[in-house]
Design a protein around this ligand. Sequence first.
Ligand SMILES: Cc1ncc(COP(=O)(O)O)c(C=O)c1O
Length: 368
Amino acid sequence: MQIPFFELNRQYLDIQEEIDQAVAEVFKSGWYILGEELKAFETEFSAHCRGGYAIGVGSGTDALQLALLACGVKPGDEVITVPNTAVPTVVAIVAAGARPVLVDIDPKTYTMDPERLESYLKAQQLPLKAKAVIPVHLYGHPADMNPIIEIARKFGLRVIEDACQAVGAEYCGARVGILGDAGCFSFYPTKNLGGYGDGGMVVVNEASLANHLRMLRNYGEESKYNNAVFGYNSRLDELQAAVLRVKLRYLDVWNQRRRSIAGLYRDLLADADLSLPCEAPYARHIYHLYVVRSRERDHLQRKLKEHGIITSIHYPMPVHYQKAYQILGYSRGDFPVAERFSSEILSLPLYPELTDEQIAYICHCISV
Ligand SMILES: Cc1ncc(COP(=O)(O)O)c(C=O)c1O
């Protein structure tokens, strides 16, 4: 049996008729940027988040950068995040002119440890350079937002959720993305809600932030040819919006199927010599990725490949090991949890189209 890590065309074939029709409508409309499809998708997306204003942008990275700028982050400010994130989280911080500061993670959820955040902030001299914090809902599991928001408020920081991997996940019964000041989403094709190209979304609760973001994404225009602020060109186009509107209607079913597959993995791997993902009592995980840990990670990955099963690693190097981020001045040993995990984690295939037989085969190959 061959099991690829992603098989995006399978999802397309399942909903081909609806996608093809939505795309054809856009072609025929003669309107391709900032039109009715985007407007409708933004309304539907904020309804899915159960609140907030949604602003469609060019990518998840742009969503984070523009959210930081709209929240007033300026060159020389610090923005705090975690070392085990996808590099675009820090790419966005640097693009906003700020300096990324890293704090270690909670070993159960792999997300920001609120105690590390607080001890970093307590150790700083006033006035604080840190202006914002970006907890990352990694793999689709929400970070522990209540203590993070409480600490951020105490120190006057804005909270920007990196929800790029977590569309539809829940924290204490609320959907992620509207818990802090801004929530950022990615529609990269492999995401739970993936487009056929790049795309992203920022969701905010404050109307003034929403207006600022609408200007930032469109050259800084307040109205046509009236530029109120410096801006960018970062708009979710009509084709992607039309595709994503179709897919949004399936998202909850797809996320539920991901959760069932995770349940199957949990049952079938109960006796395997692996650490399995946890779901904190406050969380509804949407399993963008199913990440296990093994001390024999590389051996396990090779063995599965020999059995036709392709796995991946998210991520093989924490941010501060990367050449580009040596400049931050961190050393090996600064973030023991994230560092250890980077050599043990392995992402098993998980997408809604996988069959129970395929999952059973993967689990069997892990155990033999
Ligand atoms: C955690 C995280 N943050 C940010 C991004 C950036 O999103 P995009 O690829 O749409 O720019 C991604 C996705 O790649 C991600 O997984």
